[in-house]
Write a protein that binds this ligand. Structure first.
Ligand code: FAD
Length: 363
């Protein structure tokens, strides 16, 4: 039987397994992850306020794999020998006919002195839980570094649930949500956050993190009690070990989501660099899922010697879309230049619940 091995069981990897199984019973699927649980990262900011619990937004990967009639191996991937079609792991090696890389990214600190050792991060569920525990005991000043999607969500959750804390949001770019193409969303979100008491400092670059103060732009000092770091994503470390075409460390894929120059190795989600006809996939849940589906279809098409499907990105760097929660059951939707808060939080929760349901069925 043909064996497909999926490395990384986040949004991308889980989608590949689901779609492959939906389309064929004659494939052996092996899912590999160093975690035992799937983590719904988009809801991590809400862990901080207690709006969601860790159990509600995580799920056992072993049961999910069983439900998919697949194998789950809980181990760390350390490399891939593409010539020998073999994945190297901490414990052993796994051979494959087709391989999908979906190992995502990790928090970046850009070499800023003290940033990694002095800050809390919510990229992982464990990190989000630790951050909540620290906030529950804190008094004084909480500084959030980075006013991208995660930064503004964190600011809203903390401001609403911990009104005794002073919340600062520091951003190097001239406005919040700099990755969004219009200033309208930035103005609306800034107004909402300010109304909650968040102090927004834009156009200020963090240069150094000391024990109890942040050095901003090399001259200005901001004392802090808790620092939450939300800026930047770097490729998962294992990608450094791979001999494959990359752009800034991310795996370069062709228009069918195969790693450039490889016929049987695909990459999906955050770890893939997809750019075609002037559109680049954003690093978000929607892209990870759609890429996962398309890669699964293309694996089956390759097996059947059928024409491969071109990938069309939906949530791109050029045209991003998102639902941004801002604490206290509020959110805003940004879609094709339009900003609305109508039913935004309800929709966000509906998407989350519908997504997590796929794991609950397995029990
Ligand atoms: C705090 C936060 C909030 C976010 N909010 C939103 C949002 O509101 N909307 C949105 O669209 N996107 C959001 N995102 C982005 C979104 O979560 C990612 O784009 C998405 O998770 C990408 O899916 P993925 O499958 O590529 O990677 P991930 O979901 O990161 O999965 C990667 C998997 O690979 C595993 N892995 C990594 N290295 C190894 C290894 N060496 N060996 C074995 N396993 C390994 C990891 O354990 C993990 O399970 C948010 C991200 C964060 C961190």
């Amino acid at each position: 039987m043909i064996r497909v091995v999926i490395l990384g069981c986040g949004f991308g990897g889980v989608e590949v397994a689901s779609e492959l199984r939906k389309r064929s019973d004659d494939i052996e699927i092996t899912m590999v992850d160093r975690r035992t649980k799937f983590q719904y990262q988009a809801a991590h900011p809400e862990i901080l306020s207690g709006a969601v619990t860790p159990d509600e937004i995580s799920a056992d990967l072993g049961s999910f794999a069983r439900q998919m009639d697949s194998e789950f191996i809980n181990t760390e991937v350390t490399g891939v020998d593409f010539g020998a079609r073999t994945v190297k792991t901490r414990d052993s090696s796994i051979t494959y006919d087709y391989l999908v890389l979906a190992v995502g990214g990790e928090q970046a600190f850009f070499g800023i002195p003290g940033a990694e050792s002095h800050s809390y991060c919510i990229n992982t569920l464990e990190g989000a839980i630790m951050t909540k525990q620290a906030l529950d005991k804190a008094s004084g000043k909480v500084v959030i570094a980075g006013a991208g999607l995660t930064g503004v969500e964190v600011a809203g959750e903390v401001a609403v649930s911990k009104p005794h804390l002073q919340v600062y949001l520091v951003e190097m770019m001239p406005r919040v949500l700099p990755a969004f193409p219009t200033t309208k969303i930035a103005a609306i979100v800034s107004t909402k956050l300010r109304a909650m008491g968040v102090k927004i400092l834009t156009g200020r670059a963090l240069k150094e993190v000391r024990d109890d103060e942040l050095i901003i732009d090399g001259q200005y000092s901001l004392p802090y009690d808790i620092l939450i770091w939300t800026v930047g994503l770097r490729p998962a470390r294992v990608l450094e070990q791979l001999r494959a075409p990359k752009t800034k460390g991310w795996l370069k894929v062709d228009p069918y989501l195969r790693i450039e120059g490889m016929k049987e190795v695909f990459a999906v989600g955050d770890n893939a660099y997809f750019e075609h006809n002037g559109l680049r996939s954003g690093q978000n849940v929607e892209e990870a899922e759609w890429q996962g589906k398309t890669a699964a279809m293309n694996i089956i098409r390759t097996m059947n010697n059928a024409k491969l499907r071109l990938y069309h990105p939906k949530n791109t760097v050029q045209n991003p879309r998102a639902i941004i929660s801002l604490g206290g059951g509020t959110a805003v939707i940004y879609y094709r230049g339009i900003v609305t808060s109508f039913c935004a939080y309800k929709l966000k929760k509906h998407i989350e619940h519908r997504y997590m349901k796929r794991f609950r069925v397995s029990g």
